[in-house]
Write a protein that binds this ligand. Structure first.
Ligand code: SF4
Length: 311
């Protein structure tokens, strides 16, 4: 956010191409993410335009935005129905946020709390969800938490959970069940959560607090960058990127990356050695955790695998 580099932002011309592309693919939902999408100088106009074209829009944001952007968003977007525009506000631990960031986030939630649900990306096993409970109760956001895991970006040294830390993370997560129950908050997992981190009893509890919406999958999300390149999902943003112009529809892109995922999983089933022969993977209940762990692993070993699985 200190270096928004507006030269690299999505332009109107590219934005319109993407919207037409999605519409001709019969896709009516779009997520705007970044980086931080509200840094784009056209952010509010883009959203207003999408609403006018009858798209359902989810904005993934830190909620930390400058006063002019927030005022502009409030002026033009406050009357949009929450089922047409929603914000997923990814909240940081308070100890890594400055006072100014916290102040801006809280002002955003004061205004757009009713359009928002909160998300938390776990990047260390000793995390704390207390601030999220506080925000849900204070600002009237949806009573739902999106729980994501920070995964490795192959070839980079980003902050993320190592595979040996996953079990600890899962046990920590279960410690918050009494709070989730107390405040009537449901949770949903983002992709890449391995099923075997939890006991059968814990899976039962998770089924209840997710209202039956429990997934242990990892599929291509399909991201489109401002320069019209496409990739599978954020952790794989450097893996087998292609141009949007190479494809005729969103379905084509999805098929392309689904095939790549399949090839990677043929080389290695999942985050654990046991994934190769796991009955939950065979039955489709768990896909073996985030595929970025596998691509990252291939990166550091001798190149003995089929060429498609390398970035
Ligand atoms: S597929 Fe892998 S991660 Fe999933 S339950 Fe089986 S062993 Fe665990």
């Amino acid at each position: 956010m200190n270096d928004p580099s507006p030269d690299g932002s999505l332009t109107w011309e590219n934005f319109l191409y993407v919207i037409d592309f999605l519409e001709s693919s019969h896709e009516r939902h779009i997520s705007l993410l970044g980086g931080e999408p509200t840094l784009n100088p056209h952010f509010v106009d883009f959203v207003a335009y999408l609403i006018a074209r009858q798209f359902h829009v989810s904005v993934f944001t830190s909620g930390i935005m400058s006063t002019p952007v927030l005022d502009d968003a409030w002026k033009h977007l406050r009357d949009v129905a929450p089922d047409q525009l929603s914000f997923v506000v990814n909240v940081n631990q308070p100890d890594i946020s400055s006072d100014k960031e916290t102040e801006r986030l809280e002002r955003f939630l004061e205004l757009f709390g009713h359009h928002s649900s909160l998300g938390y990306n776990i990047y260390r096993p000793d995390f704390d969800l207390a601030v999220l409970f506080d925000y849900i109760n204070r600002y009237g956001t949806r009573r739902h938490l999106r729980i994501g895991l920070a995964h490795p970006i192959p070839g980079e040294h980003n902050r993320c959970l190592a595979s040996h830390e996953l079990k600890h993370m899962a046990q920590r997560l279960m410690q918050f069940v009494p709070n989730l129950d107390q405040f009537h908050i449901t949770i949903g997992f983002d992709c890449g959560m391995p099923l075997c981190l939890f006991s059968d009893e814990q899976l039962g509890i998770l089924y209840r607090i997710s209202q039956g919406n429990l997934h242990f999958n990892c599929g291509p999300a399909i991201d489109i960058g401002p320069d019209m390149t496409v990739w599978s999902c954020f952790p794989l943003s450097g893996f087998r990127r292609r141009s949007l112009y190479d494809f005729n529809s969103l379905q084509d892109i999805r098929q392309f990356y689904e095939r790549l995922h399949k090839l990677v999983r043929q080389e290695s089933g999942g985050v654990r050695l046991e994934c190769d022969t796991c009955r939950h993977r065979e039955s489709g209940l768990c896909e073996g955790g985030c595929i970025a762990h596998l691509v990252d692993r291939f990166h550091t070993e001798a190149p003995v695998r089929i060429t498609e699985v390398y970035g």
